[in-house]
Design a protein around this ligand. Structure first.
Ligand code: DC
Length: 209
């Protein structure tokens, strides 16, 4: 779920293991920026027209992994809560999920990956060698996001962040298609009592590296 530290953890693991890192949330966010409200709110034909011309690619590995859309790097403009909320809205649409899941599987066919996203273990890579589901209480996740924003010198309101996390969880867990949930064979890691290094160590213990 949101704010659990999955991007940071996945990035560190990719670096340490020398594998490419795929942030699938970044793909939903990028699409959230590309699709206007009309396309987002139900015009499937319009959406298909836009998506037909969109091509994601992943190159490099570890810290040097680069996700591009039509050759242009996916950048920091996708990191706002507004874009996250658009991504979450669009993530309920089956045609959008099919489009992005196919792109992810295509990337995974050619490359060994550490990938991160709500449906990785359940849907996109059901045969992945290792699956981990990171979790933590709402308040812990909101507090982490709050500190992260503060450290970046950006406006941070704890109550607002908590309500945004609750709303996004609600939407992601209860959508009919590919809801956020652990795969039956995923190892669940409660990140609440652990710092980043602790989570990475807990995961590596299962990888035997
Ligand atoms: O991980 P994130 O916060 O960057 O993801 C943004 C939104 O995208 C999230 O609210 C739900 C959606 N998403 C998804 O449905 N499936 C994924 N594999 C990744 C993200």
């Amino acid at each position: 779920p949101a704010g659990v530290g999955k991007s940071s953890i996945a990035r560190i693991l990719a670096r340490d293991l020398g594998l490419a890192y795929l942030d699938t949330g970044a793909m939903y966010r990028t699409l959230g920026l590309r699709l206007d409200d009309v396309a987002l709110d139900g015009d499937e034909a319009g959406r298909q027209d836009v998506m037909r011309d969109l091509h994601f690619q992943l190159s490099g590995q570890g810290d040097d992994s680069h996700l591009t859309l039509n050759g242009a790097p996916v950048g920091e403009e996708i990191r706002s809560e507004e874009v996250a909320a658009r991504a979450s809205r669009l993530a309920v649409l089956p045609d959008v999920r099919n489009f992005l899941q196919s792109a992810q599987q295509r990337i995974g066919r050619n490359t060994s990956l550490v990938c991160e996203g709500r449906d990785m273990g359940t849907k996109v890579f059901p045969d992945a060698r290792h699956k981990f589901f990171l979790d933590a209480a709402h308040e812990v996740r909101a507090q982490r996001r709050f500190l992260q924003l503060q450290a970046q010198g950006r406006p941070a309101d704890f109550k607002l962040i908590l309500s945004q996390i609750l709303a996004r969880d609600e939407q992601d867990r209860n959508r009919p298609v590919d809801p956020l949930r652990p795969a039956p064979d995923a190892i669940i890691v409660d990140t609440g009592p652990l710092d980043m290094a602790g989570v990475v160590a807990a995961i590596k213990a299962h990888l035997k590296v």
